[in-house]
Design a protein around this ligand. Structure first.
Ligand code: NAD
Length: 499
């Protein structure tokens, strides 16, 4: 048997064909303006394809198609069990094309092929199946009213859902929104990030093949200020679910306020703490998890554990072990099975991450590991995994989301101070706590102000648990778990006076 190498995946990439037009009302169509934009490979800086550049006119067409489909009942009024069958077929088709989709994802966003193959694609399929399987098991309610009244509380699909998507998990985060919205019967207008439109367009083809009716699944590639804003301001979209920067998240609240008060759900990143107590006996697994927490997905991860907050007496030992771990995270060609850290998404983002490394130095922190651009001759945007020691929580590298493989190490004296530093942030998405003491585990877990507290691991859990943030990390709802269905449902009271 031939060994799997970078050449194996390059060969798959060489045979890929791309859908490059918008997908509206069941058909691939050019943008109305005829304009296109290029998507590039972050590992080489080279163009992959030119894609339809949609603006408000295309978004309007997509919303009309979505509304028409919704009102027709072709999807919205199907029995939940029938929707389930089609969504399970959709999941099977994604699984059939898993390798191609994984290669396409890696090509478009620069993440390691092993992540695309083993995390992004399988988890997306699992997400779709989980929500599909749930939908014919969700019951509505009968309310406790007087005997001469029957009152039901029922949930109905919200209608047309817009999603404006990030580039770091192009399929996976999209599926957190697509699966519950479709399972509940809503129609979709999806705006992928301009950096990563390719896999969403391929998904549109598979959605049609699975039997999702025309107009239910629409994809409008384009830029944020045009296509994204048009989704946010559209008068006939009932809900927008957004993942991305806080700056743009705030704009969606404004768009809603200035248009039709559509429901807005935001997931906006974080500056998540990994809090390590001095009572931990074995620091090896801690170092392993802390490294994974910041280096997975090149640190381009909203729940990255970007602040290591460690009790001062164990800091030096942990830092030694962490440096050894960081050394094992190979940076380079995303198609190589050995690569664990791929390329930053684009040149502008590479510059942003490198500028934060400069800022950290100027603020007086010390680079304990890494700190440089790598593999520049490839044309790609690679950054060395980097550790800053001697950070205070007031420094910009401890307060602002860098969205790269850069860890800031902060020390504390006692648990109370550790929790205070962990919570001293405008974000509140995720957090990890490492301790051998069950009392500390319970008490600190309750004291941490974050949507997820993981104890003795870096993990966000699986599909069965909700994901979303406190404070400026989130607004309006939760992805994942049955709570995700609430985002895309209206609650109706039916009150029947018996005579
Ligand atoms: P972004 O928020 O600018 O883009 C996310 C999505 O919003 C994209 O689809 C984009 O086209 C759209 N958008 C951009 N401007 C818009 C506007 N004016 N109106 C409507 N839609 C708009 O994120 P980015 O530029 O790709 O990355 C910037 C930073 O955002 C990153 O460095 C990181 O801090 C953060 N980010 C967070 C996540 C996350 O998972 N929470 C994901 C990606 C980026």
């Amino acid at each position: 048997m031939n060994a799997v190498t970078s050449a194996t995946y390059n060969a798959v990439a060489g045979k890929l064909s791309f859908e490059t037009q918008a997908f509206i009302d069941g058909r691939f169509v050019p943008s109305l303006s005829g304009k296109t934009f290029d998507t590039e490979n972050p590992a080489t800086g080279k163009r992959i394809a030119s894609v339809a550049e949609c603006d408000s006119a295309d978004v309007d067409l997509a919303v009309r198609a979505a509304r028409k489909a919704f009102e027709s009942g072709s999807w919205s009024r199907l029995a939940p069990r029938e929707r389930k069958k089609i969504l399970l077929r959709f999941a099977d088709l994604i699984e059939r094309d898993l390798t191609e989709l994984a290669v396409m994802e890696t090509l478009d966003c620069g993440k390691p092929i092993m992540d695309s193959l083993n995390v992004d694609l399988p988890d997306s399929i699992e997400t779709l199946r989980w929500h599909a399987e749930a939908i014919d098991k969700l019951y509505d309610q009968v309310s406790p009213t007087p005997r001469d009244v029957v009152s039901m509380i029922i949930r109905e699909p919200i209608g047309v859902v817009g999603t404006v998507l990030p580039w770091n998990f192009p399929i996976f985060v999209a599926m957190w929104k697509i699966a519950p919205a479709l399972a509940g019967g809503s129609s979709l207008v999806l705006k992928p990030a301009e950096q990563t439109p390719l896999t969403m367009l391929r998904l549109a083809k598979l959605a049609a093949e699975a039997g999702i009716p025309d107009g239910v699944f629409n994809v409008v590639p384009g830029f944020g200020e045009t296509a994204g804003q048009a989704v946010g301001r559209h008068m006939d979209i009932n809900c927008v679910s957004f993942t991305g920067s806080g700056e743009v998240g705030r704009l969606f609240l404004k768009y809603a306020a200035e248009s039709n008060m559509k429901r807005i759900v935001l997931e906006c990143g974080g500056k998540s703490p990994a809090l390590v107590m001095g009572d931990v006996g074995n620091l090896d697994p801690v170092a392993e998890q802390v490294a994974a927490g910041i280096l997975f997905c090149q640190g381009e991860n909203c729940s990255a554990g970007s602040r290591l907050i460690v009790q001062e007496d164990v800091k030096d030992r942990l830092l030694d072990k962490l440096s050894a771990q960081f050394g094992g995270w190979k940076v380079g060609d995303p198609f190589s099975p050995e690569t664990k850290v791929g390329a930053m998404i684009e040149e502008g983002h590479l510059k942003k991450v490198l500028s934060y490394i400069d800022i950290g130095r100027r603020e007086g922190a010390t680079v304990a590991f890494g700190g440089k651009r790598l593999h520049e001759s490839s044309g790609g945007y690679f950054v060395e995994p980097t550790i800053f020691d001697g950070v205070t929580n007031q420094m910009r590298i401890a307060r602002e989301e860098i969205f790269g493989p850069v860890l800031s190490v902060i020390t504390f004296k006692d648990a109370e101070e550790g929790v205070k530093i962990a919570n001293d942030t405008s974000y509140g998405l995720a957090s990890s706590l490492y301790t051998d003491n069950i009392n500390t585990a319970h008490k600190v877990a309750k004291a941490l102000r974050a949507g997820t507290v993981s104890i003795n691991c870096y993990s966000e859990g699986d599909m069965a648990v909700p994901f979303g943030g406190f404070k400026e990390s989130g607004f309006g709802g939760r992805d994942k778990s049955l709570l995700a269905h609430d985002q895309y449902a209206e609650v109706k009271t039916i009150w029947i006076q018996l005579r």
